[in-house]
Design a binder for this molecule. Structure first.
Ligand SMILES: Cc1ncc(COP(=O)(O)O)c(C=O)c1O
Length: 364
């Protein structure tokens, strides 16, 4: 079995403030008088109440449930796992950082694709680990993680963790369930798989179904930023073996996920129609954008996400196009890693279909 970071292995850390929801669960009855948390007195003249309504003012006044019990239960039911196997935090990003803190000592090696989601690299550098990068495999203009080379490097470097974004950012490439099972099987048992599934909600075709449930020695990270329209509220969750969730809960800032974010997440999760509609509309928009760009002779990478990546012949070209778009008041993303700087990443959004955007993207 894979191991936690050395200082966490034989150490159970007690959360000094487990929150009211957990206390009520332990006591077995609700608590109606709440004078234990040094929150503000309720103030009817709160400007928040005037602007957003009294429910928001009251949520803002009180500390949230550190364990997001209501949300865990919803995700557990939806994906047929146990509540103890679900972990919520403020965005997938926070969970990536948490994974590094959970599994890595300073100086340990972690493996990823050169040019994948740059926040992983950013956090890895901050955590003091040794980042071992594997070039993408290129087939024509298609770019995808070289899983065999990543496994080989993980074995050779005794990596503590392997990061794979699936679908990937910025390439948009998606590996199916069988490839993920094979990857997990081929990795050394003591190398954690950090599977970043931020875009997996867009993989709705029958043949694209992701693996179900909990995978051994794997932390699957997801977000409500993409298919639930909550990026600004910062809500992400992970699916992982219960003992991993338990340990993660010991080292997380308890109140990272605000009360309002929790309630908003419950609301969008409960409205299945909303996210399904958004997912289908996004896929249609991505398709429309891809076709429009390809019609103009651009090289568009196949995408399983809510963005498309255009591959230019050089980074000089992509950077010049980005500059021209900036000059026209249009923001598109050029990934910072030299291995993928020839790509421009454009979100599937009606604004991207404007002639001024397409014309500049296709400029020779
Ligand atoms: C691959 C990947 N992981 C994680 C995230 C961050 O998700 P969140 O907004 O939940 O932090 C993104 C955001 O673009 C992403 O592309």
């Amino acid at each position: 079995m894979a191991k936690f970071a050395d200082h966490l292995i034989h150490h159970t850390i007690i959360n000094p403030f487990p929150g009211m929801t957990r206390l009520e669960a332990v006591l077995g009855h609700p608590l109606s008088v709440r004078v234990s948390s040094n929150e503000s007195m309720a103030e009817p003249l709160s400007p928040l109440a005037a602007r957003f309504g009294s429910e928001i003012a009251e949520l803002a006044r009180l500390y949230p449930d550190p364990y997001a019990f209501e949300l865990r239960q919803r995700i557990a039911d939806r994906y047929d796992v146990m509540g103890e196997e679900v972990l919520f935090d403020s965005g997938a990003d926070s969970l990536i950082l948490l994974a590094l803190r959970l599994f890595c000592n300073v100086g340990d090696t972690v493996v990823c694709s050169a040019g994948t989601y740059p926040t992983f690299r950013y956090f890895a550098q901050g955590a003091g680990v040794n980042l071992a990068e594997v070039p993408y495999q290129q087939e024509g203009s298609l770019l995808r993680a070289d899983l065999a080379a990543m496994v080989e490097l993980a074995q050779r470097s005794q990596a503590k963790l392997l990061y794979l974004a699936n679908p990937d950012n910025p390439t948009g490439h998606y590996w199916g369930a069988q490839d993920i099972f094979n990857l997990r099987e081929q990795l050394p048992a003591d190398t954690w798989l950090l599977l970043d599934e931020a875009y997996v909600d867009f993989c709705v075709a029958a043949q694209d179904k992701p693996p179900q449930g909990i995978l051994p020695n794997t932390l699957r990270v997801r977000t409500l930023s993409k298919a639930y329209a909550l990026a600004g509220l910062r809500v992400g969750y992970a699916l992982a073996p219960a003992y991993v969730v338990n340990k993660a809960d010991q080292i997380r800032p308890q109140f990272g996920l605000s009360s309002f974010a929790q309630l908003a997440a419950q609301t969008v999760l409960d409205d299945r129609h909303f996210s399904l509609q958004l997912i289908m509309a996004t896929i249609a928009m991505r398709q429309q954008l891809s076709v429009k760009l390809m019609t103009r002779g651009l090289n568009v990478l196949p995408s399983s996400t809510n963005f498309v990546a255009v591959s230019y012949e050089s980074s000089e070209r992509s950077l010049a196009i980005q500059q021209a778009l900036w000059d026209a008041g249009v923001a598109v993303h050029c990934p910072p890693h030299p291995a993928v700087r020839h790509l421009l990443r454009i979100t599937a959004d009606p604004q991207a279909l404007q002639d001024k955007v397409i014309d500049i993207l296709a400029r020779r």
